[in-house]
Design a protein around this ligand. Structure first.
Ligand code: SF4
Ligand code: SF4
Length: 341
């Protein structure tokens, strides 16, 4: 399907039609912050936002979900969702994060049925960024404010209209379904729009050699220096669209038991505590190093890409202003001297 556009005045009509056919999620104001929530009316959607505080990850990997329940005699129907959903207005960094999560949760060998079902049942309608914030660095990690990765449809704000193009077959079907609301796009120059947004991103940390510098400085005093400041609060990981550490806990129910999967965080001391009492990552410096290694070393080694989309949430929300861009620079600049512990 050729590029299309839709008048902003028709967005309420589009969202009304979509919400009649799908569960509709969009950025909406909740207690003073913008978050992705299910909406029933177009009034609730806020499309002039920069980025959400918590990423849209929670729509695919919920903070907590029951993975099975046993009533003492039989397993109850699992909670796999079959509702069709549309997530409208996701930023390209969050869409790309989904394609990075796919690498881990939807592999040839292992498929997380909950994650995979949600991905298959969801149409992701992305909204490109024209005004990146100062903490964004998506272009440094192989993405960009107009990235199409992980999205089914990409929209761009061009004034009175949104330019819209289908990226996947699913996106094409979506656009056909609501085709009467779209018109031919005539004039939008996607490359120019993307370049304009990219040029506004001033800070581009050097990521290419990060893996090597992490390999060389696994045992290094720099980790002690950096972690002095870190509170180990985990805010950075909970906000991150690509962090996916989880815990499985058993809960007693009235007649049986259930297993619940919850978000967890490698920045917590208890995360790696063994039943024996041994903890292979007993100090903050080891945990902070693990987080960086996982994102910029192990993930690249295993899947060929870094597990970071440069959304900048960890920069914005760290209570002690630990900036991941500066941390990577600090590691790269540290003397390459192995320390004996
Ligand atoms: S948000 Fe900041 S203080 Fe909290 S764990 Fe992350 S880096 Fe440390
Ligand atoms: S590490 Fe920070 S910048 Fe990278 S994806 Fe996670 S929250 Fe965003």
């Amino acid at each position: 399907m050729a590029d299309s556009k839709i008048a902003k005045g028709k967005i309420p009509e589009l969202l009304k039609a979509v919400s009649a056919d799908y569960e509709l999620y969009a950025p909406t104001a909740e207690d003073g912050t913008i978050a992705f929530r299910r909406i029933d009316s177009a009034k609730e959607a806020m499309l002039d936002y920069r980025n959400t505080v918590v990423s849209a990850k929670e729509l695919f990997l919920p903070r907590a979900e029951v993975v099975y329940e046993f009533d003492g005699e039989k397993f109850l129907d699992d909670a796999l969702l079959d509702q069709k959903r549309v997530v409208f207005g996701m930023r390209p960094c969050d869409c790309r994060a989904l394609s990075l999560l796919d690498l881990n949760f939807d592999t040839e060998q292992i498929k997380d049925p909950f994650y995979v079902t949600r991905r298959q049942n969801t149409v992701v309608v992305a909204l490109a960024c024209n005004e990146p914030v100062s903490s964004c660095f998506c272009t440094a990690v192989g993405s960009g404010p107009y990235s199409e990765e992980g999205a089914d449809v990409l929209m761009a704000d061009i004034g009175d209209h949104l330019s819209v193009k289908a990226i996947t077959d699913k996106g094409q079907d979506f656009m056909k379904q609501y085709g009467k609301l779209f018109s031919a796009n005539g004039s939008a120059d996607w490359k120019k729009l993307a370049k304009g947004a990219e040029d506004k991103m001033k800070r581009k940390p050097e990521i290419e050699n990060v893996k090597a510098s992490l390999d060389e400085r696994f045992e290094n005093d720099v980790w002690d220096d950096i972690s002095q400041k870190c509170l180990g609060c985990g805010a950075c990981s909970y906000m991150c669209p690509t962090c996916y550490c989880f815990d499985l806990v058993s809960e007693k129910t009235a007649g049986g038991t259930r297993k619940v999967k919850t978000w967890d965080c490698c920045m917590f001391g208890l995360f790696t505590l063994h039943a024996s009492g041994h903890n292979p990552r007993p100090v903050n410096s080891a945990r902070l190093r693990q987080k960086l290694m996982h994102k910029f070393n192990y993930y690249r080694e295993r899947y060929g890409v870094d597990s970071c989309v440069g959304c900048g949430r960890c920069v914005r929300k760290c209570p002690v202003n630990l900036d991941i861009r500066e941390v990577l620079e600090q590691v790269a600049a540290a003397p390459n001297v192995t320390t004996e512990k």
